[in-house]
Design a protein around this ligand. Structure first.
Ligand code: ADP
Ligand code: MG
Length: 472
């Protein structure tokens, strides 16, 4: 390479770096080399096929533009995978910094290597810990989770190379209703027996693994390893934060889905309500199968309690809970599976410590703080829109449209007001759900209706009636 070419290539890399940002640059471009420049085409190389296809699908325009800024006559970029000989020479050292061919930096590279040894793929990925009790065998199926269970089972039983039926599988529910249980069951089942690799990560672990690997410059290893798995299971997606991580999550999601790998996600709300996520990610998440798990019914709660007692008896053979106590607990503890588990643990502890059999009286005393008043129902923005549209005889799309006729404007304001007062959604989120309106528009609507209900009896009656319908 001539000096001129070398300088030019450095400038192109500089442009790329400032256009995509340091993180992305070091992940995808740090190992890209210039092979040759002909009049109108530039020949670049990367060490792996994966990198090649990734750059081609996501960044080819960008690379070309950066070249054209230096050499306007360039109209084509040829990207190839470097020969195995050279790839083999660098194979043992996955950290991107160590692959640079700038020979004048060996000392720096050696230092960084010593300071931060590249973790193996396993370390870089290290799945979140799994609880051996959370399997399909211990998962009780009932009306509220039949579909989620069936879909999870289907995913778990798939084999490598099978066509993927729904991707991603997105399960959502309130807290303690069995999402983590189901996801870990998929992971256990998938990893035993079949040749597939299933990785379970909490969103926090995904972020942590990603951020940590960026710091040790092994994000490339992290990403490549991520893509070496067959099923990626991500729990508590609502905790995914940070622009870079989200962009990477989006890339990972797309890459896995496009490659026919299965993705399973759980969150405490539907995709459309993941406020902090970018619209593209949300729609990709909503594009597979979205299943909601409803609150546990009484029968299901009874089933869960029974299975917990059975599990406890494997270690404490004398532990027994009369049917009447189980029924009482199933009736009284309505909130979530965690409290059911807690109740059984307390009865077990109490009967062990006091060497007493479990009675109804003791159960009532032991679990009294787990019994909470009925929680108000979770109201959704769609429900509000549906009920308001019905009441005012307009269509839901009218409410979301930009029409400004009086017969639509008032119902729309009422609906926004109800969305603000009956849900925990933020003003920008509500604006978005009402046809992409600005948060100031929502604020205006909320203030307007607040002002009117104190003066206008008809409107205030209408609003009360709407609230009742929604809370039923
Ligand atoms: P989430 O992740 O939705 O908050 P978890 O999966 O952590 O809920 O469930 C909370 C507790 O309830 C766990 O101990 C779990 O085993 C139990 N549980 C929930 N649903 C079921 C079910 N259908 N069968 C058996 N146990 C369940
Ligand atoms: Mg969970």
């Amino acid at each position: 390479m001539s000096n001129m070419e070398h300088d030019r290539w450095s400038r192109v890399k500089g442009r790329l770096r400032s256009s995509v940002g340091e993180d992305v640059y070091s992940s995808w471009f740090a190992r890209m080399d210039l092979e040759a420049v002909q009049q109108e085409s530039v020949h670049l190389s990367v060490p792996t096929r994966f990198l090649k296809s990734w750059i081609q699908t996501h960044y080819s325009e960008k690379v070309l533009t950066c070249w054209q800024a230096e050499m306007p006559e360039v109209c084509r970029i040829d990207l190839t995978v470097r020969s195995p000989m050279r790839a083999a020479a660098t194979k043992e050292a996955p950290a991107p910094a160590e692959h640079r061919r700038d020979e004048h930096r060996p000392a720096a590279d050696a230092r960084s290597h010593a300071a931060a040894p590249a973790p193996s793929n396993h370390d870089a990925l290290g799945g979140s810990p799994l609880d051996p009790r959370l399997t399909f065998a211990s998962f009780v199926v009932g009306r509220s989770n039949t579909l989620a269970h069936a879909a999870a089972k289907q995913v778990a039983e798939g084999r490598r190379g099978d066509p993927v039926m729904f991707n991603p599988l997105y399960i959502h529910s309130g807290v303690g209703l069995g999402k983590t249980h189901l996801l870990q069951a998929v992971t256990w089942a998938g990893n035993s027996g079949t040749e597939r690799k299933v990785l379970y990560l909490t969103a926090e672990k995904f972020m942590y693994g990603f951020v940590a690997s960026l710091k040790t410059q092994t994000s490339l290893a992290f990403k490549e390893a991520l893509r070496g798995i067959d099923v990626l299971v991500i729990d508590d997606l609502q905790f995914l934060q940070g622009k870079t991580t989200q962009a990477e999550f989006c890339h990972t999601l797309n890459a896995l889905i496009d490659a026919g790998r299965q993705v399973v996600v759980a969150a405490d709300r539907p995709p459309a309500d993941l406020e902090s996520l970018d619209e593209r990610v949300r729609s990709r998440l909503a594009g597979g199968l979205v299943v909601e798990m409803a609150p546990l019914g009484e029968e299901l709660r009874l089933g869960i309690l029974k299975s917990r007692v059975v599990a406890a008896r494997t270690h404490h053979a004398s532990f027994d809970v009369p049917q009447s106590v189980l029924e009482y607990l199933a009736h009284a503890i309505t909130h979530n599976g965690r409290d059911l588990e807690g109740a059984i643990n307390r009865l077990l502890a109490h009967s062990k410590l006091n060497a007493q059999p479990v009675t109804l009286e003791m159960a009532e005393h032991e679990v009294r703080d787990l019994i909470r008043p009925q929680e108000p129902k979770r109201i959704k923005i769609e429900d509000i829109q549906r009920v308001v549209a019905r009441q005012y005889n307009v269509s839901r799309s009218d409410l979301l449209s930009s029409r400004r006729t009086a017969n639509v404007v008032r119902p729309r304001q009422v609906a926004m007001y109800l969305a603000k007062t009956l849900t925990l959604r933020s003003l920008p989120e509500i604006g978005r759900r009402f046809g992409g309106r600005d948060h100031t528009t929502v604020l205006h609507a909320v203030r307007k209706i607040e002002g009117l209900v104190s003066k206008d009896v008809t409107l205030s009656d209408e609003v009360e009636s709407l609230k009742r319908q929604l809370q039923e």
